[in-house]
Design a binder for this molecule. Structure first.
Ligand code: SAH
Length: 221
């Protein structure tokens, strides 16, 4: 006869504990990042047949042939960005809106851009449902940044370019940090952290990653 509580894989509290444990074991130690990731339910950003895998540490398909990043990669990028409470953050690649939702709990304001109007529309609806009032989302080509709102304290790009786009470097404040994957889209890319100094830019390579490509122009839907 067995004693004690049976294993309940679908118990939300258990699930959350396992989710946070997986993040910690992959190097996410910043308590503000962990708290934000505990508060934003990834299950609300994944739809359809993959919804029941939302708490696993894997990227998953979303609309428009795009992907919601792996939670541990979201955590590592957010941690590397070192967002401060008064920061204004630009995200390029809204996708599901999951990364923007996490940033919105850490920053003063988040501007997020996607080239797919449909993804922006769906993400905005979620931000409203979740009362995340400090996020502004727009459909346009994010490789040009958002000059009207620049400069930014922090910039995060969640699609891979061959190099850091010049307009984004220009829209970063001195002392500001940008985290982005660089490299060819069909290869393993490098996640890099760029810090703008008074005189130039410092580059630090963080780890290999795989992201969908940064594509030019607005998409058809
Ligand atoms: N951060 C997202 C995942 C993004 S997937 C999340 O948390 O779910 C990468 C996204 O980048 C895709 O949605 C894709 O449409 C978008 N993207 C690719 N090229 C772009 C560009 N030039 N401008 C804006 N968005 C772009």
């Amino acid at each position: 006869m067995t004693t004690g509580a049976p294993d309940q894989p679908d118990d939300p509290a258990e699930r959350k504990m396992r989710f946070l444990f997986a993040l910690r074991s992959r190097g996410i130690t910043d308590s503000r990042v962990l708290t934000a990731m505990e508060r934003v339910d990834r299950g609300q950003f994944v739809r359809g047949i993959f919804a029941d895998r939302a708490y696993e540490d894997m990227p998953l398909p979303i609309s428009c042939g795009q992907t919601i990043s792996q939670p541990s990669v979201v955590g590592l990028m957010t941690q590397a960005l070192n967002v401060q409470p008064r920061d204004v953050v630009l995200e390029v690649g809204t996708g599901s809106g999951y990364q923007a939702a996490i940033l919105s709990l850490l920053a003063r304001r988040v501007y997020t851009i996607d080239r797919h109007r449909r993804l922006v529309r769906e993400a905005v609806a979620l931000f409203q449902d979740l009362s995340l009032a400090n996020i502004t989302a727009v459909a346009r080509d994010g490789s040009f940044g958002w000059p009207e709102q620049a400069p930014f304290d922090r910039i995060i790009v969640t699609a891979a370019a061959e190099d850091a786009p010049t307009p984004l470097l220009q829209q970063l404040k001195p002392g500001g940090i940008m985290v982005l994957p660089v490299g060819q889209s069909d290869h393993v890319q490098s996640l890099i952290k760029v810090t703008r100094t008074e005189t130039g830019f410092d580059y630090e390579e963080l780890r290999p990653v795989r992201f969908v490509p940064l594509v030019e122009g607005l998409a058809v839907e």
